[in-house]
Design a protein around this ligand. Structure first.
Ligand code: GLY
Length: 356
C-alpha cells in the first residue's frame, strides 16, 4: 500500500504504511522522520523470537540504541503489573522525553506500549509495528491505549497517538487460524459499518487470499473516522459495534474467548436485536450472521443477558444513566442509539433470541 497520512482533529498526523518486507528496513524508514534516539522495543514471547532481532538490527543500523522488553503472550500482559514493569524498564534504559517506544506485536503489546509511552515522563513518542491481523486492521490505528483492571477491559488508559504505524504484511504469514479469525471479526465489523465491498470479501469466503485488501480497506475506514473524532466524542463510537457484549463475554470467560471472537458474538447479538426492533431486515440479518459464521467465528453467546448487563454497566460506553449501542441498518450503515442503562439487559436478551 501507499502510505496513508492520518491527521486527527487535534492536529497530530502520522503515516500508516502497509507493505511487504518492511521490518528489515524499519530503522531507515524511521530516520526519514525522526533523528536516531534510544528505543524501548516491546514485544511478547511469541513474536520476539520471530521478528525482534531483524527489527532491532535495522534500528541499530540506522543509529538507534535499542533496549528490549519481552513479556508473556496473551491478555495477562495487559495488566497494571506488567505496565509497571515496563515503566521501570524504560527508567533502567535511561529513556528520556526525546526517546521512543516501539510496539512490535498484536493488540496487547500495542495497547500496553502505547499506555506506557503516554505515561512515562508524562508522554514519549511511540511507533506501532502490528504483527497480527487484529492489530493491523484495528488496534494499531487511532491511539487508544490501555491496560485491563480486575473490574473490566481497558479501564485504565489514555488516547495517545503513535508517530507512525508500519505494518509488514509478511508477518501475517505466520498467523494461525485463531489469530486470523480474531482479526477477521474486526474487519467484518468495518464492512458492516461502512464498506460493503470489504464485507463482500468475507461473504464470498475468500478473505485469507485477500489480506492486503482487508488490511488497507479496514485502515482507510478507521483512519477517516479517527481523523474526524480522535477521542470518541461522536462518530468513533460506531467502532464499538458489538463491543459492549464483547467486553463482558471476554471477562466472563476469563479471556478464554479472545477479543475478535467475542466481537463476532457481540455483533451477532446486536444484529439480532436490531432485527427484533425492525431496524434491520431479516435478509440482511441472516447475511451478517452467515458471514460471521463462514469466517470461522462464533455467533452464539454462552452467557445470560443478566450476567453481561451487570459487567457492561462498568464499561466506558456507559455515561451517567445512558449507554450508546451500535445497531446495523444495512450492510455499510449502522446507527448509534442511546438507551437508558435500565434497558440494556432487555436489548441483550433480544440479541440472544433465535440463536439456538
Ligand atoms: N477499536 C475501536 C477504536 O479504536 O475506536
Amino acid at each position: 500500500m501507499q502510505t496513508q497520512i492520518l491527521t486527527t482533529g487535534t492536529g497530530e498526523s502520522y503515516p500508516i504504511t502497509v507493505r511487504h518486507d518492511l521490518l528489515n528496513s524499519i530503522g531507515e524508514t524511521l530516520t526519514e522522520r525522526i533523528a536516531p534516539c534510544r528505543v524501548m522495543l516491546v514485544s511478547d514471547e511469541n513474536v520476539a523470537p520471530l521478528y525482534a532481532d531483524r527489527t532491532a538490527k535495522s534500528l541499530e543500523a540506522a543509529g538507534f540504541f535499542v533496549s528490549r522488553f519481552v513479556t508473556p503472550a496473551g491478555e495477562e500482559s495487559k495488566s497494571v503489573r506488567v505496565f509497571g514493569k515496563l515503566l521501570e524498564a524504560m527508567c533502567e534504559a535511561h529513556l528520556t522525553r526525546s526517546d521512543l517506544a516501539v510496539a512490535l506485536g498484536g493488540g496487547v503489546i500495542g495497547d500496553l506500549t502505547g499506555f506506557a509511552a503516554g505515561c512515562y515522563l508524562r508522554g514519549i513518542r511511540f511507533v506501532q509495528l502490528p504483527t497480527t491481523l487484529l492489530a493491523a486492521v484495528d488496534a494499531s490505528v487511532g491511539g487508544k491505549t490501555a491496560v485491563n483492571l480486575e473490574h473490566g477491559k481497558n479501564l485504565a488508559g489514555l488516547f495517545h497517538q503513535p508517530i507512525g504505524v508500519y505494518c509488514d504484511i509478511d508477518t501475517m504469514r505466520t498467523l494461525g487460524d485463531m489469530q486470523l479469525r480474531n482479526g477477521a471479526a474486526e474487519a467484518i465489523k468495518t464492512g458492516i459499518l461502512g464498506d460493503p465491498g470489504l464485507f463482500d470479501i468475507f461473504e464470498n469466503g475468500n478473505y485469507e487470499a485477500n489480506l492486503e485488501a482487508v488490511i488497507t480497506r479496514s485502515i482507510a475506514y478507521k483512519a477517516k473516522i479517527v481523523a474526524e473524532d480522535p477521542t470518541e466524542k461522536s462518530v468513533r463510537k460506531l467502532l464499538n459495534f458489538g463491543h459492549t457484549p464483547a467486553h463482558a463475554i471476554e471477562l466472563l470467560s476469563d479471556f478464554a474467548i479472545p477479543h475478535g471472537y467475542a466481537v463476532a458474538i457481540g455483533m451477532s447479538m446486536m444484529t439480532r436485536a436490531a432485527k427484533s426492533r425492525q431496524i434491520v431486515d431479516s435478509e440482511t440479518c441472516s447475511r451478517i450472521i452467515r458471514t460471521i459464521a463462514r469466517s470461522g467465528l462464533d455467533t452464539k453467546c454462552p452467557y445470560s443477558a443478566k450476567e453481561m448487563a451487570k459487567i457492561a454497566l462498568l464499561d466506558k460506553k456507559a455515561s451517567g444513566r445512558d449507554i450508546t449501542v451500535i445497531l446495523p441498518e444495512a450492510i455499510g450503515r449502522c446507527r448509534m442509539e442511546k438507551i437508558p442503562l435500565s434497558e440494556l439487559e432487555t436489548l441483550l436478551a433480544e440479541g440472544l433470541e433465535e440463536q439456538a
